[in-house]
Design a protein around this ligand. Structure first.
Ligand code: FES
Ligand code: FES
Length: 183
């Protein structure tokens, strides 16, 4: 194993200096060192999406990203997204997920939610092809993909209604309805 070195990361708007092997995947730094278990381990090979975080706003699979390669980029996890620059989009996604009863066991949902947030920040009104591309390779053993797609459309409508002034009711963050974060 590579010798540990001190690495400073900015996670959910807070700087952390960790002493870890530079080739340790970001996923394990988040879960095991920083105690942020909302980012999930699924395959460990960039094949399922459960480990997705936002890296400078882009949906990124943390299981195959050596922590030494994160550099100065901002990391946002499911624990911090409602207090991040993506908060307004995240609140719309949260509402849409809740209305659509998207989550089943919940295991994959932090990755699904952050993928939706990244998509909607880049594409205000995604079509089905946009959604399929963004969620390509996101696996859900509970089969929630149709609900995820419907909820992304609903979140886009919530955001556009808010912009047009026809809906001001997207609620503030409510921890009781946040996506589940079982370790
Ligand atoms: S755990 Fe990273 S993609 Fe599956
Ligand atoms: S909700 Fe169970 S794995 Fe996706």
């Amino acid at each position: 194993m590579t010798a540990p070195v001190a690495i400073t990361l900015r996670v959910n708007a807070t700087s952390h200096t960790v002493t870890v092997a530079p080739d340790m995947p970001l996923l394990w730094v988040l879960r095991e060192v920083l105690q942020l278990p909302g980012t999930r381990f699924g395959c460990g090979a960039a094949l399922c999406g459960s480990c997705t975080v936002l890296l400078n706003g882009m949906a990124t699979r943390s299981c195959v990203l050596p922590v030494s390669q994160v550099n100065e980029r901002d990391i946002v996890t499911i624990e911090g997204v409602l207090a991040s620059p993506a908060a307004s989009v995240a609140r719309a996604v949260q509402q849409a997920w809740s209305e659509g009863n998207v989550a089943q066991c919940g295991y994959c949902q932090s990755g699904q939610v952050l993928t939706a947030v990244a998509l909607l920040r880049g594409t205000a009104v995604p079509n089905d092809n946009d959604i399929d591309r963004a969620f390509d390779g996101m696996l859900c053993r509970c089969g929630t993909a149709p609900r995820v797609r419907a909820a992304v459309h609903r979140a886009a409508r919530l955001l556009s209604e808010r912009v047009s002034g026809t809906d001001t009711a997207i609620p503030s963050a409510n921890p009781s309805t946040s996506p589940p974060t079982t370790p």
